[in-house]
Design a binder for this molecule. Structure first.
Ligand code: ADP
Ligand code: MG
Length: 290
């Protein structure tokens, strides 16, 4: 298998290679030539070069790229937290201009309300949307079960470990019944063992809830283990360098991590990413020399 240049028709590629994608469905997410500049006092930082891609229902796409290449900026634009300088993002064909319940977000930093119990945190979104009490309680309980926190509904965030807090954050995002879940290095602060368990949780939720997910990570193993496709971004200004199909379907378990087919894709992503990481270091050294 080879990396697909992003100039190729990536949707066509996804349909050909990804078992979970059906050809007749309309895209949930479409990024059209999304570009972002940040003006500073004496110059302009190009954070994201024009990026275009689409995602189909139930797909899980990961984006990997060197630090500072614009991954979070891109995700914030999809989330409606940041406006693109040019280009547009469409959810179900409708342009995004602000955050909305159709996009659930989970960040690396723990973002639960400390004064609310676990259950109240998960019920918060449905409450804002005026869902009636019995219904939002049932929704919260369903998703707390799904993330394995049945016995912790009345706990408060400070009583939970980092991994458990991220479980609540995932349940909270899912309780709004989003069309897509946007995750920005959600397990970046967790130890390796907890992280592996959380990855299995993501696979489990995806299989049960059929949630579409756009997942940002530094971790190549995580990206390949979870995804139908891995996008590799270039060093800043970030653009899509390659798209790697990961044709293992939704039914995955821990044994996949050491399978030769997995390791071959992992190596491919590593090599693409390593070249970008080296470009960042070389540029830093050059800037210090002058
Ligand atoms: P990543 O998530 O890939 O590490 P980011 O999207 O956070 O990268 O940042 C991309 C680039 O844009 C970085 O150089 C960062 O410093 C810059 N940047 C991000 N947000 C802002 C901002 N609000 N103002 C100015 N520059 C920013
Ligand atoms: Mg980031």
């Amino acid at each position: 298998m080879t990396a697909i240049p992003v100039t190729a028709n990536i949707m066509q590629n996804a349909k050909d290679t990804t078992a979970t994608v059906t050809a007749s469905t309309a895209p949930i997410l479409e990024c059209r030539m999304v570009r972002k500049l940040f003006p500073t006092r004496d110059s302009v930082i190009t954070a994201v070069e024009p990026i275009s891609f689409t995602m189909e229902p139930t797909e899980l796409v990961s984006i990997v790229g060197p630090s500072g290449c614009g991954k979070s900026t891109l995700l914030h634009i999809v989330g409606g937290l940041t406006q693109p300088t040019s280009g547009e993002v469409l959810i179900d064909g409708r342009p995004v201009s602000e955050p909305g319940a159709d996009r659930g977000m989970v960040f690396q930093a723990y973002t639960l309300f400390p004064w609310l119990s676990v259950r109240q945190n998960v019920m918060f979104g449905p409450k804002i949307r005026k869902v009636k009490k019995s219904e939002r309680e049932a929704t919260a309980d369903h998703f707390l079960d799904a993330v394995g926190l049945h016995g912790f509904k009345d706990h408060y965030p400070k009583q939970l470990s980092g991994g458990m807090r991220q479980r609540v954050a995932i349940a909270r995002a899912l309780a709004n019944n989003p069309r897509i879940l946007l995750m920005d290095e959600p397990f970046g602060a967790l130890d390796a063992q907890t992280r592996a368990i959380m990855q299995e949780l993501v696979l489990d939720i995806r299989k049960r809830e059929r949630t579409t997910m756009l997942f940002i990570t530094h971790d190549i193993d995580e990206a390949v283990f979870l995804s139908d496709r891995v996008f590799v971004m270039t060093a800043r200004p970030g653009k899509l360098k390659a798209e790697i199909p990961v044709p293992f379907g939704m039914d995955r378990n821990d044994a996949l991590r050491v399978a030769p087919e997995f390791l071959a894709i992992r190596k491919q992503v590593y090599e693409l990413l390593h070249a970008e990481g080296k470009a960042v270091v070389d540029a830093e050294i050059k800037s210090l020399e002058h």
